[in-house]
Design a protein around this ligand. Structure first.
Ligand SMILES: C=C(O[C@@H]1C=C(C(=O)O)C=C[C@H]1O)C(=O)O
Length: 293
């Protein structure tokens, strides 16, 4: 055994475009490694111990609040529409009977269940992957999609954006397809932001302060250069820069008081009886553990 080399601290990143302002310019400190994957993969990786920290679906943090803690100042949250957590449907919501769910997402499924329950609706929910329009043509009358592909498919339905239109002025229905934005529905229901992801770790294994510091610096850099981040990702996504820029500046990345309020409200509705949610020390109050411990 080599006593001189400590085990690396392993990060698992959900690297959707919405976390680009935090992750794109992140320089991992020595002794930290990272893998990437979709939300359900990273949720599982954290819970199984394959990684030590991950930006996981907030609902998994809530469900496992007895063993997990979250960074106090990092979130993927929005107040109002998010544009990338979408239910595509061909009938009014009240008449939707069969919904295709993506296996990539834990959060959006839990949110959809809360929103349907609040409206007294109970369509059949089934796992099925593929493009929303293809699934709608195959007999589903609702399709839930998240992340970059959901953003692209949303724009495919409501776009194109002309110089005169703004993101907020865009229609939510076209060609017989309605796009219900789940975060906007949550806002209508509660008046609060919706927190999709937090950066969680096991309580007995907090991240080295150097990693958290590097994440804060990366976020400051990303938000400070949002136009450049948007430009890069617009090319990758095949979407107009204005759309991606609006998509990104709409996020709330600091888990502020309103985002926590939304998180607690969702926790009460989706996981009644959950353990208290705990958060790590605030900036400047870090424990004195170093990457080399
Ligand atoms: C808003 C989004 O947030 C993501 C959605 C998640 C989920 O659905 O489980 C998990 C992490 C978030 O970063 C999105 O990807 O569209």
């Amino acid at each position: 055994m080599d006593w001189g080399t400590p085990d690396p601290y392993r990060a698992g990143w959900i690297h959707f475009t919405n976390v680009a302002p935090i992750l794109d310019s992140l320089v991992l400190p020595p002794g930290v490694t990272a893998i990437t994957g979709v939300p359900t993969q990273m949720n599982a990786a954290l819970l199984s111990g394959q990684v030590d920290i991950a930006n996981i679906s907030a609902v998994e943090f809530i469900r496992n609040a007895d063993v997990l803690e979250a960074l106090p100042d990092f979130s993927v949250a929005v107040l109002g529409p998010v544009y990338s957590v979408n239910l595509f449907h061909t009938r009014p919501l009240e008449e939707v009977r069969r919904v295709a769910l993506t296996a990539q997402s834990a959060m959006s499924v839990a949110l959809l269940e809360v929103l349907l329950r609040e409206r007294g609706l109970s369509p059949v929910l089934e796992r099925a992957e593929g493009e929303a329009e293809t699934l709608l043509a195959q007999g589903f009358d609702g399709v839930l999609r998240i992340g970059d592909s959901a953003l692209r498919e949303w724009y495919g339905v409501v776009g194109p954006l002309t110089p005169e239109t703004t993101m907020t002025g865009l229609p939510h229905a076209a060609r017989g397809i309605t796009v219900t934005d789940l975060a906007e529905e949550w806002f209508r229901l509660t008046g609060h932001p919706f927190t999709f992801a937090v950066w969680a770790y096991r309580k007995d294994n907090p991240p080295p302060p150097e990693l958290v510091q590097a994440m804060r610096e990366a976020r400051r850099d990303g938000i400070g250069h949002l136009a450049a981040v948007a430009q890069r990702h617009a090319r990758k996504l095949g979407l107009p820069e204005r759309v991606v820029q609006h998509y990104l500046w709409n996020f709330r990345y600091h888990l502020e008081a309103p985002d926590r309020l939304g998180l607690h409200e969702f926790a009460a509705k989706a996981v009644p009886g959950h353990a208290p949610l705990t958060f790590g020390p605030r900036p400047g109050e870090e424990r004195t553990r170093s990457a080399a411990d």
